[in-house]
Design a protein around this ligand. Structure first.
Ligand code: URA
Length: 189
């Protein structure tokens, strides 16, 4: 799959017709991403859940509501950022993406990254963090510091997935530190 010069319309078309892995059999629809195509912030999550699969938009369920609140605390509306996932299709029963599925989907996210060209990438949760940084380190070792991603060395910050924060609200304080770290990159621009 060569995504070289593909623009948004063609990308959306290719993703919606994708049959590269078995997830196309069980999806209701693909979930490409949402938000400002020229955003400074790019948020990358794991994969669509049931609600996202139904509505065709990332982070619209309970996790999404918390993500929106986290963004709002930074003074950002959902429409100010670009939100995408490692996978564009929902894994059945919300299981974790397999490495093969993530590899199949990677060119799409890579193209989104190139098109948006964000000033900061926020990887939410272990799956996104490990895939983007190509590491097996645990989240606790990845959050709280500045990483960089891709050919352009785009700054990348890892934080907890909102679904985890719903279960472990005490970690919100640390998540806030991560968000402030991410913001500090942009205010230095
Ligand atoms: N969790 C994710 O990682 N992404 C979504 O789009 C929804 C829930």
């Amino acid at each position: 799959m060569v995504m070289g010069a593909v623009g948004w319309d063609e990308l959306a078309q290719q993703v919606s017709a994708c049959t590269a892995c078995e997830l196309h059999r069980s999806r209701t629809q693909t979930v490409l991403g949402v938000g400002d195509h020229d955003a400074r912030w790019m948020i990358v999550g794991e994969a669509p859940g049931a609600e996202e699969d139904r509505r065709g938009e990332p982070f619209v369920g309970r996790s999404g509501q918390l993500l929106d609140a986290m963004l709002l605390a930074l003074g950002l509306a959902r429409s100010d950022v670009y939100i995408a996932n490692i996978l564009k299709c929902r894994p059945p029963e919300n299981r974790n993406p397999t490495p093969e599925e993530a590899v199949c989907c990677a060119p799409y996210l890579l193209r989104q990254m190139k098109l948006v060209n964000p000033g900061i990438i926020l990887a939410v949760g272990l799956v996104a963090a490990q895939r983007l940084l190509d590491t097996k380190l645990p989240l606790a070792r990845l959050r709280g510091q500045l990483h960089s991603y891709g050919d352009n060395d785009t700054p990348l910050v890892v934080t907890y997935h909102p679904a985890y924060l719903l279960r472990a609200p005490r970690q919100k304080k640390q998540a806030w530190q991560d968000l402030l770290l991410a913001r500090s990159v942009l205010t230095d621009e």
